[in-house]
Design a binder for this molecule. Sequence first.
Ligand SMILES: NC(=O)c1ccc[n+]([C@@H]2O[C@H](COP(=O)([O-])OP(=O)(O)OC[C@H]3O[C@@H](n4cnc5c(N)ncnc54)[C@H](O)[C@@H]3O)[C@@H](O)[C@H]2O)c1
Length: 266
Amino acid sequence: MDVTDKIAVVTGGGRGIGRGITLVLAGNGANVVVADINKDGANEVAQEVIDIGRESIGVKLDVTDQLSVDKAVEEILDRFGRIDILVNCAGIIASPDWEGRDRHNESDWDINYEVNVKGIARVTDAVSLGMKERKYGKIVNIASVSGRQGTLTNIPYGVTKAGVINLTQAQALELAPFNINVNSICPGLVWTDMWGRIAEQWGKSRPQWEGKSGREIYEETVLVRTPLGRDQTADDMGYAVSFLASDYAKNITGQSLNVSGGFFMN
Ligand SMILES: NC(=O)c1ccc[n+]([C@@H]2O[C@H](COP(=O)([O-])OP(=O)(O)OC[C@H]3O[C@@H](n4cnc5c(N)ncnc54)[C@H](O)[C@@H]3O)[C@@H](O)[C@H]2O)c1
């Protein structure tokens, strides 16, 4: 898990799973750039990294906007000179009014594809240019167990997460000649703002959850779905990412690892 003095970038690092991954990478010795559409969140997490003794900056990044991606990468290279590790964690579940609807619509398809799939492709293409020149890089994409099998969580979301698993394999093939490893992890159930949105939408649209709080819906889902009987944490994702981003995993590429307490085993 040693990533000492590596320069890592975590997209979507301003809260939730991305924050956990950022802090675990920093705890394992990396200097970590926190890149997020929410600059304030990015800055706060960057300060947490500095507080544990590693270097960091918060960077404004919108993965749906090529200019924003190019500008962010330039800013990071100006400050750190290189990027060794890229974690593509920025993700979205649905468009903003989803909680008020009982089913997905056209805008859910668009936003999921823009952020979850094209966002990873855009950032990876920009960051891997320097990795290719230096013949070194570790890329970890955050997919989901929702990409392993069709689910009703939110159909466009699951489809795009299946896309992330496929994209990871294609990127691994494309970048292998440059000694760049590309893998993904598939988180199971982690209580974050995103899960808060899922629970709210389920609470409003599914009769079996009527009258339950978001947290109750989440906890019951964990018990029913998870053989190990417990939910996962953002730190759990950080441990898996740290391994895949370390040289201990130098012969692992194109793989997707479930970190789900046994929820999914494929
Ligand atoms: N929470 C779970 O149980 C769970 C399960 C499986 C997979 N995941 C995946 O983990 C990742 C993180 O999820 P989370 O639960 O922490 O969600 P979250 O909503 O709490 O955090 C998402 C982060 O991504 C950022 N972001 C959103 N759109 C962006 C954009 N266009 N450009 C840059 N940053 C953007 C947000 O500002 C936020 O900081 C996502 O890819 C999600 O699909 C989460």
